[in-house]
Design a protein around this ligand. Structure first.
Ligand code: S6P
Ligand code: ZN
Length: 186
């Protein structure tokens, strides 16, 4: 394989070449926000885009490095802030690095024994997600949250556990304050 450059628009988070784009509407995340009524209402109205991921094309193999940007648009579903689905890596002993380019948010992480860690995300923050931690990103601000991620080629994604149980904590807007609460459905 030959070396190559890609180009990132720092303000918009878009990568302009060598890329595939994942667009997640709310309907792609049904059941992941705890307010099911608010979810259904938004899906029926405009099924808004919650986030996009610009993935640079690299072989999903040991020795390579996957790299991408994620853009989470600001907003809430009920009182829960816009967020990613969240996942474990399929190859669980693989880590990841997130570098925030713009916006503010939280990085919610959880191990299988339900130990939880939440880190702040802001422009310039570099978060290290060690092996074995599931991770979800939440936009708690009023601008897009844009971050660049790098992780091992073979890591893959396991969404199943999070799709069925969620995380044990939720991050919500309570009267204009960011609050971490227990997930009533966990
Ligand atoms: C990949 C990395 C991110 C997420 C992206 C969307 O390992 O953690 O690129 O894929 O932020 O989140 P999700 O949970 O829908 O894949
Ligand atoms: Zn990941």
């Amino acid at each position: 394989m030959e070396p190559f450059n890609s180009y990132l628009n720092f303000n918009r988070g878009e990568i302009l070449s060598n890329c595939n784009i994942v667009v997640r509407h709310l309907s792609d995340m049904e059941g992941m926000y705890y307010d099911l009524e608010a979810t259904q209402k938004i899906i029926n109205e405009d099924d808004r885009v919650i986030y996009k991921v610009y993935n640079i094309d690299v072989p999903e193999k040991y020795g390579h490095l996957q790299h991408c940007t994620s853009i989470i648009y600001p907003g809430r579903v009920g009182d829960e802030f816009h967020m990613t689905k969240g996942h474990f890596h399929a190859q669980e002993d693989t880590a990841e690095i997130y570098l925030v380019l713009q916006g503010t948010g939280k990085l919610l992480m959880q191990k299988k024994d339900t130990e939880v860690k939440i880190l702040d995300m802001q422009s310039g923050s570099i978060s290290y997600i060690p092996p074995y931690w599931a991770h979800r990103t939440i936009n708690t601000g009023n601008k897009p949250l844009i971050f660049f991620a790098v992780y091992p080629g073979e890591a893959g994604h396991n969404y199943g556990i999070i799709e069925s149980k969620g995380f044990c904590k939720l991050i919500i807007d309570k009267d204009g304050q960011i609050k971490v609460i227990d997930n009533p459905n966990y």
